[in-house]
Design a protein around this ligand. Sequence first.
Ligand code: NAD
Length: 249
Amino acid sequence: MRRLEGKVAIITGAGQGMGAAHARRFIREGARAVITDINKDAGEALAKELGADAHFVAHDVAREADWAFVIAQAEERFGPVNVLVNNAGIIGPGTLVTDLAEKDFERVCAINQTSVFLGTKFVIPSMIKAGGGSIVNISSISGIVAIYGTPNVAYAASKFAVRGITKQVAIEFGGHNIRANSIHPGYIRTPMMTEALDDEQIKIASASVPIKRVGEVEDVSNLVVFLASDEASFITGTEHIIDGGLTAL
Ligand code: NAD
């Protein structure tokens, strides 16, 4: 039996990087998934690759009206939703707090943090109809510790908030068999990473990780599938660090 057989999932930010990897893996594990992204071309291309078990919806995760449409589409196509992976996110400008414009702070928080609140708010009624569900929120090690030498107070604020929202939701809706957990990746090789770091910087980053490499998207997909599946049915309100040991230093 495949590990997500019969599950209906929504994965945000699935156009590239980790979200696309999760979408590919979810379909292989037997789920049907609504994949969403603000990048229509990338999302449509992935849906075409994945076939009838995937459906793409163009979606800005920071817009409340978009969320109502995404949930409606998921229910219409596949039925009540069992899994939400809140994956979409941006880094924003990596400047010192003293140089950060309020609008940039607000934008990062809207996409990384408000999105998680909105997704949760809109998916829970559908999960109640489904008899329960699993919300998997992608935070970062920046939601566990401050990263020395990498100024980005907006990213840190948003990723710490994701951890807090996760715990609060877990205790508010545990009685409905709805679980919520956060994932905290370290360096993971995606377009987000390769746009921020050149090859030399990735080598230096790899050397700084106890496991001596950066993570690959499949490393994170393994954890997302586990938390989404019934194998994790007694795990809720917890944070799961996946960083090759970086934050253990
Ligand atoms: P990525 O930039 O490669 O992909 C992010 C996707 O999100 C893109 O397809 C983009 O179009 C989409 N997106 C951006 N803004 C959106 C919006 N407003 N609405 C809908 N979709 C939107 O990033 P990634 O590295 O795959 O990151 C995925 C998640 O993992 C993010 O939340 C990120 O903060 C987190 N993360 C990444 C790393 C890393 O090293 N790559 C480390 C820790 C945490």
